[in-house]
Design a protein around this ligand. Structure first.
Ligand code: OAD
Length: 239
């Protein structure tokens, strides 16, 4: 049994952790994918077909996100990283910056970051809080019309997969927060961890996710309630 300082925790988060900060989820009632066809706004093909529409969609979401503030769940996860003697890694599917604002430093954005933009030609990435348009030029290669949101669309490879796989393979505790478990590869992380047989797995969500039966424990409720309570318990008594 490793000492606490040698233990490693991986927290996977999804849109549910940011819901109480006013950022919508995707598949709940009133979720983004009930209003938009993801093929139009979240695929490279959709962007190629109608880049102005896609820029407009992300420009509106970016402004919501710039104004959003972290909630008690983000702060609790930040506190966990500070106070837990071992390693804590947040792997998030979210493209907001609320984990960082809540104090988490060790964060991998596997679906990218909305407040960054990337040149489709030379791959140069910039921090960008403003609107994107076809008139914008890449500051590195000078290409016009090639800047796109630095997010992962369906059909594209998520970021940091090698690092994430390594951490899933050596973690002692895997916690999933606020995700429906319907988008791979993130939806498959729990079965990968279970397959190894060594780590404890916990789900914290408003309702059972699609992979709920795979977890050892499941705590249901809003993230701002269940995450701080879970972090308190974890820091006091382990798992
Ligand atoms: P979903 O919208 O699929 O799922 C959100 C989950 O959060 C649901 O299970 C809700 O029950 C739960 N939830 C809602 N409010 C909550 C609250 N206050 N507290 C706790 N849980 C709450 O969002 P994701 O699972 O994040 O990808 O979706 C995964 C990916 O699908 C996204 O990253 C995005 C999307 O298409 C891309 O666009 C590539």
């Amino acid at each position: 049994m490793p000492a606490m300082e040698d233990k490693r925790i991986v927290i996977l988060t999804g849109a549910g952790v940011s819901a109480e900060s006013g950022l919508g989820t995707f598949r709940d009632k009133d979720g983004l994918w009930t209003k938009y066809d993801l093929n139009d706004v979240a695929t490279p093909e959709g962007f190629a077909r109608n880049p102005v529409f896609v820029h407009d969609f992300y420009n509106k979401r970016r402004q919501n996100l710039v104004d959003a503030t972290p909630n008690a769940a983000h702060h609790a996860l930040g506190r966990l990283e500070t106070e837990f003697p071992g390693e804590v890694l947040v792997v998030t599917q979210n493209i907001d910056r609320l984990h960082e604002m809540g104090g988490s430093k060790n964060v991998l954005h596997m679906h990218g970051e909305m407040l960054k933009s990337r040149c489709d030609i030379c791959m140069h990435v910039i921090y960008w809080e403003g609107d994107l348009s076809l008139e914008m030029q890449c500051e590195q290669c000078g290409a016009a019309g090639a800047m796109r949101p630095h997010v992962v669309w369906f059909g594209e490879m998520p970021f940091y997969m090698d690092d994430i796989q390594m951490e899933l393979d050596r973690c002692d505790l895997f916690v999933s927060v606020g995700t429906s478990g319907s988008v791979y590869p993130a939806a498959g992380f729990v079965s990968q961890v279970r397959h190894r047989g060594k780590a404890h797995t916990v789900e914290l969500n408003l309702e059972p996710s699609e992979g709920s039966a795979m977890f050892h424990d499941s705590v249901l409720g809003p993230a701002t309630k269940v995450v701080p309570a879970y972090v308190d318990e974890l820091l006091a008594n382990g798992w």
